[in-house]
Design a protein. Structure first.
Length: 148
C-alpha cells in the first residue's frame, strides 16, 4: 500500500541556494539521520546528480535504493529505480519565491514491499518529513552563513 506525505517550510534563502543543497547529495549523510551512505552514479551535462545509490535506515529497516532525478524550473523530483524494501518511490521539492524567502513544498510517496505496522509508518513518515523540511532549512541556513 502506497503512503503519501507532504509538508511545507519557508526558508530564508533563494531557490538557487536551496537547490545547491539539494544537489549536494553526498552531504545528505551529514544532515539526514536516515541516510547512511550516498553515492552519485551519474550526472547531467551541468554536473547535477541524475542517478544515485543510497543506503537509508528508517525505523530499524535498512534499504539500498537507486533513484533517478529530474530537474524542473521550480525544483527537483525523483523516482525509484530499484530497492529491496520498496516497490515504488516518488519525491518532489517544489520551490516558490516569497519575497526574500522561498516556500518549499515537499511530497513523498512510498510503496513498501512488506506490510509495516501503521505506528511504524507514522513514526518513519514524521522523521522523514521533519528532515526533508526543517532539516533542509537548517542545512541551507548553515551553508548560506558559511558562504557569506
Amino acid at each position: 500500500m502506497a503512503v503519501t506525505e507532504s509538508r511545507q517550510v519557508v526558508i530564508e534563502a533563494t531557490p538557487d541556494e536551496i537547490m545547491d543543497v539539494l544537489f549536494d547529495l553526498e552531504s545528505l549523510t551529514e544532515w539526514s539521520p536516515a541516510h547512511r551512505k550516498v553515492e552519485v552514479l551519474e550526472r547531467d551535462d551541468q554536473g547535477h546528480p541524475s542517478k544515485s545509490r543510497q543506503v537509508v535506515r528508517i525505523v530499524g529497516i535498512t534499504d539500498e535504493q537507486v533513484l533517478d532525478y529530474s530537474i524542473h524550473d521550480d525544483g527537483v523530483s525523483w523516482t525509484l529505480v530499484s530497492s529491496k524494501q520498496q516497490r515504488a518511490q516518488v519525491g518532489r521539492y517544489t520551490l516558490t519565491p516569497v519575497g526574500d524567502s522561498t516556500k518549499v513544498d515537499f511530497e513523498l510517496t512510498v510503496d513498501l514491499v512488506v506490510p509495516v505496522p501503521g505506528f511504524l509508518i507514522k513514526k518513519g513518515s514524521k522523521g522523514l518529513m521533519e528532515t526533508a523540511t526543517d532539516g533542509l532549512r537548517k542545512r541551507v541556513l548553515t551553508v548560506k552563513a558559511g558562504s557569506e
